[in-house]
Write a protein that binds this ligand. Sequence first.
Ligand SMILES: NC(=O)c1ccc[n+]([C@@H]2O[C@H](COP(=O)([O-])OP(=O)(O)OC[C@H]3O[C@@H](n4cnc5c(N)ncnc54)[C@H](O)[C@@H]3O)[C@@H](O)[C@H]2O)c1
Length: 284
Amino acid sequence: MSKTVNSVAGKVCVVTGAGSGIGRALALELAKRGARLALSDVGEAGLAETVQRARALGAQVHTARLDISDREAFFAYARVVVDELGVVHQVYNNAGVASSGTVLTSDWSEYQRVLGINLFGVIHGTQAFLPHLIASGDGHVVNISSLNGFMAQSGLSAYSASKFGVRGFTEALRAEVLAAGQPVGVTVVHPGGVRTSIATSALEHAKASGHRVSAAEEAQQRRYNEKLLRMPPEQAARIVVDGVEAGRPRVLVGRDAKLVDAVVRLVPAHYPALVARLARRTSR
Ligand SMILES: NC(=O)c1ccc[n+]([C@@H]2O[C@H](COP(=O)([O-])OP(=O)(O)OC[C@H]3O[C@@H](n4cnc5c(N)ncnc54)[C@H](O)[C@@H]3O)[C@@H](O)[C@H]2O)c1
């Protein structure tokens, strides 16, 4: 029996954080499959490149600079997109940042920044567009969490809290939409390591904020990227859009995400000890 596929062709799809990494790859994958696009990012240079590449693939593209942590700006953006494109079918709440630091030493401002972008940004995007997705008669919310949405890691408390939050928020939304019989699919995505700039950008941000980053820490970061951030973003984007077209509520991206999911289910109380052991090994 063939599986039902609800194609993205002809649909209006909103992608945040489209200027780099998974967001750019999602935009280009959606363009290849015939979607119309509303692309945004806080960084304009990266966004301009994505827009140019999506247009070269023949896509109609609406483009805007947007900081997803700014709730008012997000709602104003949603109104503009609906005014200009007439309808919105899908929103990919993708933009996010990484951050590291122990609970003992992390500044409160860093928790505010990371949760403001990774969790509140996703809530803003969902609330701003949900009425329009319902009105489209065939809507879909796609929220990008992480494998850190079901496995917390040492040194990543802000990031893990934000990504567990995205998962909880999205699963609650799915239950609401199902209970109300609204015509909106809901997907939470848990990528494992994807080869993007996320870790390098976090390091740059830490330096720009006045944190001293030693050569040893930089070298450790490089080793971490090489060992763990391996899947090409184009492949991740194909897995996500395939999952959306198949109407999957939960998409795990990569063997690492699937393995970690299985381990956490097997030993939910004891996995932090395994994580600690792994952290010691990857830091060597
Ligand atoms: N790369 C991975 O291994 C990985 C794994 C799991 C989850 N994720 C998640 O995937 C998503 C995309 O990350 P990526 O790896 O492509 O990173 P990336 O750094 O390559 O891209 C993130 C994009 O988001 C944008 N952005 C950052 N803050 C923003 C803000 N306030 N408003 C609007 N845009 C903003 C950046 O400018 C950048 O273009 C994130 O939510 C991330 O947490 C990534």
